[in-house]
Design a binder for this molecule. Structure first.
Ligand code: G4P
Length: 524
């Protein structure tokens, strides 16, 4: 028990979210460098390149210059065990990102100082706020001229609706950037090639002025003093409980490219971010230090290594100790499964693991038995963690293989990719045609690409004009729905009827004509 507590308390499992280009790859790389998980800068990008070499469908990422999959990286720093869950920055892959957020204990949000809060960040942020996930903000690219810090705080508060409390504060910006003042440790961190990363104590404004004189110009020092006084008097006092409840975000400033502010950010973050906490289940809450193993599948990825055609289920451990070959029970099927070939992920490799604890993410070889949201427990019929949220698809297309001979491969590929959560499948009523539904348009491109590359099926693909899907709660199909030209009745994989509508107008029209028909945004 004592050992369990020790292991749980030293774990920090978090995701980094940002708008593309804010600096997520750069910050991740600097964190991995600090932890000794990689040795040279540029390794994260070359890690991506290596992946391309082993997994053809990720060619698509390279062509589009985006990252479409989430990966997991573990490393140690000062006796902490850190799990970073990478999330794709591209908005089309939001569904994958949302599910990743279910597997973390906190989030680091990166903002570009010049751009502030951008659309993609708002979307992701809302999910964090709704779930009460603690959010730490890293404002990046201080070496360039950006928005005023006070303006950025205001944006965080207005746009995101959460209090902000600066842990450090920038001294100048762009051309005049000289470092940050750490309000917690009461020290100056100087941004200077020669005195790289030096930290000098400054207990009060007089000492601060002494430290900076000759290094920063008078105007910058005056502005800093003024701002610090203002924050002290009118800003939000730091409140750890509010941070833990996701109601206040500690804000850090830095410049990831030069690693400036990154070590101190990591140290503060490790101290303030929560270790794995208890989670609600169908049978009360489970604590990370409970001796029995439990966890849930939040991501499945097929063909990570096409040479082996393997499929990996990613499990977030929620309690107990995991040991290689552990016998567990899959709640959904009531059957026992042995967790064989467990793997853990590092910056540039994956390795077999012997043991893991709450907060860790392990990858398990999946012969096709797991589904996203599955709960695994040490004993039978204990509890489940409930379903992971699904998101209503917004784009639809009719698909079929170009040649009928490929029908078997077509069905296999489509079923596997649907189990990964990449697409949703529907069938039309009479002709048994297949309709795909996705949250983001890009998922279609990936689907077509993977069906060709991994299942050798060329597709006939016909985009449809529907934008909304509604499940019929009572499973009865009103006659109106079948006759209309602005909607289409289809069936999901569990044979539940769903109506696809072209737009809100068509949906409202339908509801007005059928006030008694209950519709739901997702399958119940
Ligand atoms: P992302 O993963 O969030 O999409 O962003 P990424 O780290 O790839 O960074 C996006 C661009 O911003 C990169 O430039 C990167 O070098 C730059 N960048 C990251 N942090 C900082 C910073 O602190 N200051 C400045 N000035 N730039 C920063 P790029 O030209 O798109 O790529 P590259 O040619 O540098 O690789």
């Amino acid at each position: 028990m004592e050992n369990l507590l020790h292991e749980v308390n030293r774990r920090r499992t978090f995701a980094i979210i940002s708008h593309p280009d804010a600096g997520k790859t750069t910050l991740t790389e600097k964190l991995l460098l600090l932890g000794g998980a990689i040795r040279t800068a540029g390794a994260v990008k070359s890690r991506k390149a290596e992946k391309f070499a082993t997994s053809d469908w990720m060619e698509l990422e390279k062509q589009r210059g985006i990252s479409v999959t989430s990966s997991v990286m573990q490393f140690e720093y000062k006796n902490y065990k850190i799990n970073i869950l990478d999330t794709p920055g591209h908005q089309d892959f939001s569904e994958d990102t949302y599910r990743t957020l279910m597997a973390v204990d906190s989030v680091v949000m990166i903002l570009d100082a010049a751009k502030g809060v951008e659309p993609q960040t708002i979307k992701l942020f809302k999910v964090c706020r709704d779930r009460g996930i603690p959010i730490f903000t890293f404002i990046n690219k201080l070496d360039r001229q950006g928005k005023e810090p006070l303006e950025l705080f205001e944006e965080i508060e207005d746009v995101l609706g959460i209090e902000s409390s600066p842990v450090n504060y920038p001294i100048g910006m762009g051309q005049t950037f000289r470092g940050v003042y750490d309000r917690f440790n009461k020290e100056v961190e100087l941004y200077d090639d020669k005195k790289a990363q030096s930290r000098i104590p400054a207990a009060n404004l007089d000492e601060l002025r002494d430290v900076l004189s000759g290094f920063a110009d008078e105007g910058t020092i005056n502005q800093l003093e003024e701002d610090l006084l203002l924050i002290e008097e009118a800003g939000n006092p730091f409140d750890l409980e509010a941070v833990k409840a996701g109601k206040q975000t500690p804000v850090f400033f830095g410049s990831a490219i030069s690693s400036f502010g990154v070590p101190s950010f990591l140290e503060h973050f490790l101290e303030l971010a929560p270790p794995p906490a208890g989670r609600e289940t169908s049978n009360g809450s489970v604590q990370p230090t409970d001796p029995d193993f439990s966890g849930f599948v939040f991501k499945i990825q097929a063909n990570m290594n096409p040479a082996h055609r393997d499929r990996v289920a990613f499990i977030r451990i929620c309690s107990g100790k995991f040991e290689k070959g552990l016998e567990t029970w899959l709640d959904r099927t009531g059957k026992s499964v042995k967790l064989s070939q467990p793997q853990q992920f590092f910056a540039d490799s994956r390795e077999m693991i012997e043991e893991a604890y709450a907060g860790d993410i392990i990858g398990i070889y999946d012969p096709g038995i797991y589904q996203i949201g599955d709960t695994l427990c040490a004993t039978k019929n204990t509890f489940n963690f409930g379903k992971l949220p699904t998101f209503p698809p917004e784009h639809f297309a009719k698909v079929r293989p170009k040649t009928a001979l490929k029908q078997k491969h077509f069905l296999k590929g489509m079923t596997q990719l649907a189990q990964e959560g990449a697409i949703q499948i529907y069938k039309t009523e009479h002709f048994e045609e297949y309709i795909l539904g996705v949250v983001g348009q890009l998922q279609f491109d990936v689907f077509i690409y993977r069906m060709e590359g991994e299942y050798n099926v060329a597709l006939d693909f016909q985009p449809l004009s529907f934008r909304l899907a509604r499940w019929l709660v009572d499973n009865e199909i009103p006659r109106d729905a079948l006759r209309s030209t602005t909607n289409l009745v289809v069936f999901d994989t569990k044979e539940r009827p769903v109506i696809l509508f072209e737009n809100e107008f068509a949906l409202n029209w339908f509801q007005q004509k059928n006030p008694d028909v209950k519709l739901a945004e997702t399958a119940l």
